[in-house]
Design a protein around this ligand. Structure first.
Ligand SMILES: [Mn+2]
Length: 373
């Protein structure tokens, strides 16, 4: 049996400007989680570690991040664990690449960096394994990272690493290092370790091809980070187990303020399930009573201490006491809409009238360009 730790998109050195004062702390946490990945690889006695691109957030790095990587790869070496790496889109192998400035392979004899322009491979006879990969040479490319991939040795196990976008019609930019399902199917690999997408995601069952996502929370990510522990049995069966290593968690909360009576209730709703390591994005929506005045910045300051980071966005719209078509020019749709709805309100009663009144308020807000739904 072969056991692998697959990770990618660690983004060491990321700036986190959106986190304000907590940015530096999360940047430090990336380093701590990276150490945790290496400790997990040693604990779990994996045979090899694969890093499928974007180990670094940029090709310019403080010396301490370079030292950290060398120190941690050395820990793997002391435990007889090799490590393979491909340059990704953030740390691509361009002329100013960190992998050209620093001789990581010279300092870590257990490290293989795939640096040939085309797919190349590294054989591990002791593991009966061959690993394949190619670097991303720039941030953008229309060439598939799987181009030319095929088993090239007599190893029992063949595993590829790639950093790019899985092709989904109309969802993917053509120059985002795109590869297709047919290429995965025809690759002859037992497993494909992918990077670039920032979540755990399986593109193919046979052969299994997975994105690990970042191990620790980075901006635009919508879940807690993980690494993948992959086991390949001698009979060719592959088991993939995501292990959540990230410290910081993330959630999004949408609050319809139309049912919220007062500020205390609104605060309680925002704070529901607050945790010290949670990054929460709260959005206020709907039509609010004119008396309910909520200042997002004040809410962030007042409730922020209950979270690692809280952001509040107000997309709600005040309910108008009186809606009049006279506010809008005759030829505008909104003017016609108000006239029609008023006629509807006058001619209905009971629940129907309530619905028509709500429809008038929502309709005016929407035609005004507000996001109330
Ligand atoms: Mn990335």
């Amino acid at each position: 049996m072969l056991k692998i730790l697959h990770t990618a998109d660690i983004h060491l050195g990321a700036k986190f400007s959106g986190l304000g004062n907590e940015g530096a702390s999360q940047r430090e946490q990336l380093r701590a989680t990276f150490k945790n990945i290496i400790a997990t690889a040693i604990d779990e006695r994996v045979n090899i570690v694969l890093i499928a691109g974007d180990l670094f957030d940029a090709n310019q790095q403080p010396q301490r991040n370079i030292d950290l990587v060398i120190e941690q790869f050395d820990l793997l070496k002391q435990n007889n664990i090799p490590v393979c790496l491909i340059p990704g889109t953030h740390d691509s192998l361009d002329s100013s690449s960190i992998y050209r400035k620093v001789d990581f392979e010279g300092k870590c004899s257990n490290l293989k960096i795939f640096a040939d322009e085309n797919i190349s491979y590294k054989e591990y006879p002791g593991l009966d394994l061959t690993v394949y990969g190619k670097p991303n040479l720039s941030n953008r490319s229309s060439i598939s990272p799987l181009k030319g991939l095929k088993p090239s040795t007599s190893s029992k196990f063949h595993i590829a690493m790639a950093h790019g976008s899985f092709y989904i019609p109309e969802k993917i930019a053509e120059d985002d290092h795109v590869f297709r399902l047919e290429e995965v199917k025809a690759s002859g690999m037992h497993y494909l370790a992918l990077g670039h997408w920032h979540r755990v995601y399986s593109c193919s069952e046979q052969p299994p091809a997975w994105y690990s996502g970042p191990p620790e929370w980075i901006p635009d990510q919508r879940e807690k980070g993980a690494v993948l522990l992959v086991s390949l049995s001698n009979s060719g069966e592959v088991k993939v187990e995501p292990k959540k290593l990230g410290l910081r968690d993330y959630d999004e909360l949408e609050i319809d303020v139309s049912g919220v009576q007062d500020l205390a209730t609104l605060k309680a709703r925002i704070s529901e399930g607050a945790k010290q390591n949670l990054i929460r994005k709260a959005t206020l929506k709907g039509l609010r009573d004119a008396e309910l005045i909520a200042n997002p910045e004040e809410l962030e300051t007042e409730l922020g201490e209950e979270f690692f980071h809280l952001s509040v966005m107000d997309k709600s719209h005040p309910k108008l006491e009186e809606v009049s078509e006279a506010t809008y020019e005759e030829q505008l749709i909104i003017n016609r809409f108000i006239k029609l709805m008023k006629r509807q309100i006058e001619s209905s009663e009971g629940e129907e009238k309530d619905i028509a009144e709500n429809a008038l308020q929502y309709g005016v807000a929407l035609l005004d360009g507000k996001e109330v739904l």
